[in-house]
Design a protein around this ligand. Structure first.
Ligand code: HEC
Length: 116
């Protein structure tokens, strides 16, 4: 027969065992990676213009371009998709492949992710 004291002790022991588990699950999670990735959006806007993207693509900061409108691209595309297309546009595209440094492309992608 388990006495009332025993039950109380068991309850306390169970509580102590559960404590570290609860503490671990309550620990703050690692901050989520920003959607823009590793690039710098400000440098990206400069590069977007310098690398010629702005000659074709319209954005909120570049409203006069006649080509595909990127003023909401950050809401519909993933950074990896934008980077991949910039490196390798579809066959027959008038768009030139971007052949510059990865860092520059990261910045352009980060800039485009601000267009929502
Ligand atoms: C000569 C004009 C031109 C230039 C310069 C240009 N693009 Fe494009 N881009 C296009 C056109 C047109 C499309 C539409 C699809 C196609 O024909 O390739 C496009 C499509 C894209 C897409 C795919 C968008 C989607 O909705 O899937 C991305 C991403 C892109 N361009 C990024 C860039 C970046 C970054 C640069 C600068 C490094 C750049 N483009 C420079 C004309 C251009």
């Amino acid at each position: 027969v388990i006495s009332r004291t025993h039950r109380a002790l068991i309850a306390v022991a169970a509580g102590l065992l559960a404590l570290p588990v609860l503490a671990a699950s309550a620990a703050p999670k690692k901050p989520a990676k920003p959607a823009a990735g590793k690039g710098d959006p400000k440098a990206g806007l400069v590069a977007f213009k310098n690398e010629g993207c702005g000659g074709c693509h319209k954005t909120k900061d570049n409203p006069d371009a006649a080509g595909p409108d990127f003023s909401t691209i950050g809401a519909t595309k993933k950074p990896a998709e934008i980077a991949a297309y910039a490196r390798k546009p579809k066959a027959g595209s008038t768009m030139p492949a971007f052949k510059g440094p990865q860092k520059t492309l990261d910045n352009i992608v980060a800039y485009l992710m601000t267009q929502k």
